[in-house]
Design a protein around this ligand. Structure first.
Ligand code: WTA
Length: 646
């Protein structure tokens, strides 16, 4: 049984939720009347332009609707309403990799966002409901752009800056975006890199929908500008007014799309709503990180991922907090960079991924000792399971044994945290995300909804709708139903299946055991194996390919490819060409680490590749599964031998 760490008593005294009794009381309130609970939160937290007249509409399930006919604007929630009380408070503190800083107060943020919102409207004709793609580095303008879209009701789709031109193009086309906002470049590991040329390549074909490109000059590199299409933000923004009326948005109007990988080919445009999303972003900021008025909160994610959306931009600003944005990598100039920033900026809550924790432990175990980390109160992790070793180092060395670790389980589709400790209340165990948050009905069940016995793996489902849930997959409602509501039922009704496996322990604590589908989590980045396989299969040397996740000490998982070739290319050369192809079509995050040339793939008689067996081999485990159903069982023995180098 793993050790339990009680919350810090001093911390608990002032926490919003102070102990497990209070936590359970809220649970009873939720159980007594689910809708009344959400009604209370929505009334308390959101500054509505017009009240809603119904909490939840389930008539078109699973297309659930929340806070029917309510009117609001997310930027009023995140900026406008704070001007009365926090006009001069730092909203965003940005640190460049070179150490330069920009501090943007709530008032200045208000003006910046308004100017950009006006520019989008006046110069580019962007209207409510139009899609705008953001392909941005970690600079404050990325947040301004998201919020400017929200101000006028445009739907932003941020594409992570590490994705290739091809991946960017696919996302522009799928969303039929009218405008791309980008930057000339940014800095990484001390050297400038360029983004704008990638946008140029993406727009070379098939993106007729996209009429204009707005370029923020960050590092003033020489870049090509296409006459009539490309515009410099820094010049244009000066001429726009600082005042802009917020568009009146319906609760259910889409706030943004964010593309994420699924178990089949094409990435899915996850669509989030306005009211439900912002409510949960704010509530989880307040309760999971327990951020106080004078605190400084730092989430190290990139704005290109959901974690960056909810916990760099929307959540912190909705509650009126100070959020840190850092441009660069954790190892620049050395593995003490982050700890140095915590000391200098007196960071109170720090939120990062297990991969980063493992990396910083491995390459710079002595670094934290050089810095004063005593400002820290809460530590968070997200994106992948955290191994107990990494957890203990984080707890002891970074948190000084004083800080709760909130191991937050959630997904792009859930909008905000679903399962997590509450730092003032929950006794924590290394490697466990503990319990569902109040209001969230997360359960581990089988396909029919039966609870999974303690210690056994089951399917992690959310059995009741929640306000910040995905509304649909952009342009593909059928895929939405099939992907999330097609596998599991409870009481005969389809329920949301996360794609993750999980397990209860004897105290009801939840441990996430990882994906049950063909999605891989590399350094906390979600990748669909099918997506990568489709790319690799295009190489002229490749006859067949199967890609699986292989455990990795730092990255959690890495990509391992089994390839049947049709030429006599050697392994090293093949790996090189395949990775070049992947970098071109997806981006460096999807590069394969391992490659084995095999005489064939293990297939069932109906021709389905048995990835499970390939996963077992990649893990270095012995095959215990029944292989008699394979078309050619000898193949798997051959692959196993090749893997072991026999
Ligand atoms: C995984 C990131 C274990 C999980 C917010 C999920 C986790 C996927 C945790 C979503 C955690 C996220 N423990 N696994 N605390 N948090 N995951 O959409 O497999 O990029 O399904 O959202 O990350 O990844 P996504």
């Amino acid at each position: 049984m793993s050790k339990v760490f009680e919350p810090n008593r001093e911390f608990s005294k002032n926490a919003r939720i102070k102990n497990m009794c209070e936590f359970k009381e809220i649970g009873h309130e939720v159980d007594d009347d689910y809708e009344a609970y959400w009604d209370k939160l929505a009334k308390e937290k959101i500054d509505w332009f017009e009240p809603y007249n119904k909490v939840l509409d389930e008539s078109d399930a699973p297309f659930y609707k929340w806070f029917i006919d309510g009117k609001l604007n997310v930027t009023h929630q995140c900026i406008g309403r704070h001007l009365k009380t926090r006009k001069n408070k730092a909203a965003i503190i940005w640190e460049g990799e070179d150490g330069s800083r920009r501090i943007i107060t709530y008032l200045l943020l208000y003006y910046r966002v308004n100017r950009l919102a006006n520019l989008l409207k006046n110069k580019f004709g962007i209207k409510k409901g139009d899609r705008v793609v953001l392909y941005m580095p970690m600079i404050p303008e990325a947040a301004f752009a998201m919020l400017a879209c929200a101000k006028i009701g445009a739907i932003h789709s941020v594409v992570f800056g590490g994705f290739s031109a091809e991946a960017l193009r696919d996302r522009i086309i799928d969303a039929r975006a009218k405008l791309v906002i980008t930057a000339d470049g940014a800095y990484r590991r001390g050297t400038p890199y360029l983004l704008k040329p990638i946008v140029d390549t993406a727009l070379e074909s098939g993106c007729e929908c996209c009429e204009n490109v707005l370029v923020v000059k960050r590092n003033f590199e020489d870049i090509d500008m296409v006459e009539g299409r490309d515009h410099i933000y820094n010049d244009l923004i000066k001429h726009e007014s600082q005042h802009c009326e917020a568009e009146v948005m319906d609760s259910e109007d889409p706030l943004f799309l964010l593309y994420t990988s699924g178990s089949t080919g094409k990435p899915k445009g996850v669509q989030h709503s306005s009211a439900g999303y912002i409510l949960w972003a704010q509530y989880t900021m307040e309760n999971v990180f327990d951020v106080k008025e004078n605190d400084t909160f730092w989430c190290t994610a990139d704005v290109g991922w959901i974690t960056g959306h909810t916990y760099i931009v929307y959540g912190p600003l909705a509650m009126g907090a100070t959020t840190i944005m850092y441009e660069g990598v954790p190892l620049y100039p050395d593995a003490g960079r982050w700890w140095n920033m915590i000391e200098e900026l007196r960071i109170n809550q720090f939120y990062t991924a297990p991969t980063a924790i493992r990396l910083l432990h491995k390459v710079g175990a002595e670094q934290p000792g050089k810095y004063d980390l005593s400002s820290l109160k809460v530590l968070g992790t997200v994106g992948e399971p955290i191994n107990p070793d990494a957890w203990m180092w984080y707890y002891d060395v970074i948190g000084g044994g004083r800080c709760s670790i909130v191991d937050t389980w959630w997904q792009t589709e859930t909008g905000g945290h679903m399962i997590s400790p509450l730092p003032g209340a929950t006794p924590i165990k290394p490697g466990s995300a503990t319990f569902p948050l109040p209001g969230i009905k997360a359960e581990i069940i089988d396909e029919e909804g039966n609870p999974t016995p303690v210690g056994e793996k089951g399917l992690l489902c959310i059995t009741k709708p929640w306000p910040s849930m995905i509304r649909t997959i952009w342009g593909d409602p059928e895929r939405f139903k099939k992907s999330y509501f097609g596998d599991c039922k409870k009481d005969g009704k389809p329920v949301y299946f996360s794609g993750d496996g999980a397990m209860y322990d004897e105290d009801g604590y939840i441990t996430i055991t990882g994906r049950t589908d063909d999605v891989i989590n590399v350094s906390g980045h979600r990748l669909g194996t099918a997506e990568v396989e489709n790319v690799v299969a295009h190489d002229e040397n490749v006859a067949e390919v199967a890609i699986v996740g292989k455990p990795d000490d730092i990255k959690g998982e890495s990509l391992f490819a089994y390839i049947v070739t049709k030429t006599d290319i050697d392994v090293d050369s093949l790996k090189k060409v395949v990775n070049q192809l992947i970098v071109k079509d997806i981006g460096p995050i999807a590069k394969i680490d391992g490659l084995l040339l095999v005489p064939g793939l293990p297939k069932t008689r109906s021709g389905k590749v048995m990835r499970r067996l390939l996963r077992t081999i990649a893990k270095g485990e012995d095959i215990t599964q029944d292989i008699s159903t394979l078309e050619d069982p000898s193949i798997i023995i051959k692959i196993e031998k090749l893997f072991k180098g026999e």
